[in-house]
Design a protein around this ligand. Structure first.
Ligand code: 5GP
Length: 113
C-alpha cells in the first residue's frame, strides 16, 4: 500500500524538497526534531531497510551517497550529524516507506535506547 511519501514523490502533496533526481528525493521533515531535520527516500516503494532485495543494491549505494551529499549541502559536514532509519513497529517506524532521517544543526544528544 502506498504511503504519504509516495504522494510527495508524485507531487500530490507538497513538501519542502531540497534534492531530487530520478532515483531519490530529500525533503524537510514536517515536524523537525532538530534545527536541521531532513528525510532522504528512494522513489522506489521499499517498505524499510529490512525489505531490500539484491536488486536494490545499486539503488541503495546511490541513496547513501545522496544522504551524505544532502547533509553536506545543508552545511552539516564539519559539525557532524546523525542518520537514522527506523524499521517496523518496535523500531518506531511511522511511515511505511524507507527513509533516512538526517538530524543536525545542533547537538543531537545521546541515542535514547
Ligand atoms: P518514522 O517515524 O517513520 O521513522 O519517520 C517518519 C517521519 O516522517 C516523521 O519524522 C514525520 O514527522 C515525517 N512525516 C510524516 N508525514 C510527513 C509529511 O507529510 N511530510 C513531511 N515532510 N514529513 C512527514
Amino acid at each position: 500500500m502506498s504511503s504519504i511519501f509516495k504522494k510527495i514523490i508524485d507531487k500530490e502533496i507538497p513538501a519542502d524538497i531540497v534534492y531530487e533526481d530520478e532515483h531519490c528525493m530529500a525533503f524537510k521533515d514536517i515536524q523537525p526534531r532538530k534545527k536541521v531535520h531532513l528525510l532522504v527516500i528512494p522513489k522506489k516503494e521499499i517498505l524499510s531497510l529490512a525489505d531490500l532485495t539484491p536488486e536494490d543494491q545499486a539503488l541503495m549505494g546511490h541513496v547513501m551517497m545522496k544522504v551524505t551529499e544532502v547533509a553536506e549541502s545543508a552545511g552539516l559536514k564539519n559539525s557532524g550529524y546523525r542518520v537514522i532509519t527506523n524499521i517496523g513497529q518496535h523500531g518506531g517506524q511511522e511511515v511505511p516507506h524507507l527513509h533516512f532521517h538526517i538530524l543536525g544543526g545542533e547537538p543531537v544528544g545521546p541515542i535514547v535506547y
